[in-house]
Design a protein around this ligand. Structure first.
Ligand SMILES: [Zn+2]
Length: 325
C-alpha cells in the first residue's frame, strides 16, 4: 500500500460512520458554537496537508489536544488523489454552483450543507510548480486580513476586491462560503506533495485556527489577536498571459514569486517569444505535461503565466469594499 493509500485509510478510520455526514469528513471538538472547517485536497494531488489533518484529529481523539468548538476536516477529492490527479471529471474548486453533472459537482453539493454551518473555512492548497514561499489567494476584507494575520500561514497575499471573481462563471469552495457571509481563506502552502515543512506549516495553521476559535468562544475579539502581528504583503494580478496556442512554452525553472523585469524573456529557446509586460513576480507559470511528440494531453490552461505587482496602498486607502466577511 502506498503512503497515500495508508494515510487515506487512516483518515477514514477517523470518520465514524454517520448518516448525516458525507464521506471523507471527520469531526472533532466539544461542540461549542464556533465551527472551524479545514479543507484538504480540494485538488486531489495536493496531498501535503493530509498528514497534518490526521495528526490534528488523532491528537484530539487521544485527548492530547482539546478544542471547545466544533471541527470538521474535509478531504475534498480522494478519488482523484488515488489517481494522482488534480480532479476526475471537473475541477472541484470551480463547481460550487449549478451546472453539468460530474462526480465533483455532486461532491460540492454534498459538502455545501456542512460549509453552510461553518464560521471559518481554511482551504489548504498547493501549487503545481515550485513556489518561493507560501501565500494566501483570495479577496481582501478587514476580517479576512485579521484571520490571515492570526493564522500566520503566509505573509504574502494575492488579493482582489471582494466581489471580483477568481474565474468568471465558476465558484470556488472558499468563494461559496464567503457568499454565505462567512470567513473563508485559501492558502497555497508549498509545491504539491508531502514534505515535512508542509506538514509543519499546515499543522501550525490548523492549531492557530482552533486556538483563535477557542479564544472567540471565551469572549475575545479577533481584532485584538492581531495586535503586533506581521503586516501582510499584498499583491494584485497585473497581467494574465493567455495560453494562446499549444506551441507556447516557458523557459525551464520559473517558479511562483520569481521576480521578473519588464521585457524579460520568459519563453523557452526556439519558441514564440513571451516577455514579462511589467516588473513584478510570476504566479502560476504553466508547464503542461507533453507526450513524446510534444503534444499537450488535455485542454490548454487558460493562461501560461501571471504577473503580480505589489498593491501600492492598503485596500482601505484604495476604497475597496469592506463588507462582510
Ligand atoms: Zn489547489
Amino acid at each position: 500500500m502506498s503512503e497515500l493509500q495508508a494515510l487515506l485509510a487512516r483518515f477514514e478510520g477517523l470518520c465514524p460512520p454517520s448518516a448525516s455526514l458525507p464521506p471523507f469528513v471527520a469531526q472533532a471538538g466539544e461542540g461549542g458554537p464556533f465551527h472551524v472547517v479545514l479543507c484538504c485536497m480540494t485538488h486531489g494531488d495536493e496531498t501535503g496537508s493530509l498528514p497534518a489533518a490526521i495528526a490534528l484529529l488523532e491528537s484530539l481523539q487521544k485527548g492530547t489536544r482539546r478544542f471547545a468548538g466544533r471541527l470538521s476536516v474535509v478531504l475534498g477529492n480522494p478519488p482523484a488523489a488515488r489517481l494522482g490527479r488534480r480532479f476526475g471529471q471537473a475541477d472541484l474548486n470551480r463547481v460550487f454552483l449549478p451546472g453539468p453533472p460530474s462526480w465533483e459537482r455532486s461532491r460540492a453539493a454534498e459538502l455545501m450543507p456542512l460549509l453552510d454551518q461553518a464560521d471559518l473555512v481554511v482551504d489548504l492548497h498547493q501549487t503545481i510548480e515550485a513556489t518561493a514561499q507560501p501565500f494566501h489567494i483570495h479577496p481582501w476584507s478587514p476580517v479576512l486580513e485579521q484571520w490571515a494575520q492570526v493564522l500566520q500561514g503566509a505573509q504574502d497575499w494575492v488579493t482582489r476586491p471582494m466581489g471580483e471573481s477568481f474565474a468568471t462563471g465558476t465558484c470556488c469552495l472558499d468563494e461559496y462560503v464567503r457568499d454565505q457571509g462567512k470567513a473563508a481563506l485559501t492558502i497555497e502552502l508549498s509545491q504539491k506533495g508531502m514534505r515535512p515543512q508542509t506538514t509543519a506549516l499546515a499543522l501550525a495553521v490548523m492549531d492557530r485556527a482552533l486556538d483563535a476559535a477557542e479564544a472567540i468562544l471565551s469572549g475575545s475579539d479577533l481584532g485584538n489577536m492581531t495586535s503586533g502581528a506581521t503586516k501582510m504583503r499584498l499583491w494584485r494580478t497585473s497581467h494574465k498571459q493567455p495560453y494562446a496556442s499549444a506551441e507556447l512554452r516557458l523557459r525551464a525553472g520559473l517558479r511562483n514569486f520569481e521576480p521578473v523585469q519588464a521585457g524579460e524573456l520568459l519563453s523557452a529557446p526556439g519558441t514564440s517569444e513571451l516577455r514579462a509586460p511589467c516588473p513584478g513576480v510570476l504566479l502560476f507559470p504553466k508547464y503542461p505535461p507533453r507526450d513524446a511528440a510534444g503534444q499537450i494531453d488535455g485542454p490548454l490552461p487558460v493562461d501560461i503565466f501571471r504577473v503580480l505587482t505589489p498593491l501600492r496602498q492598503h485596500p482601505l486607502a484604495l476604497g475597496w469594499p469592506t463588507g462582510a466577511p
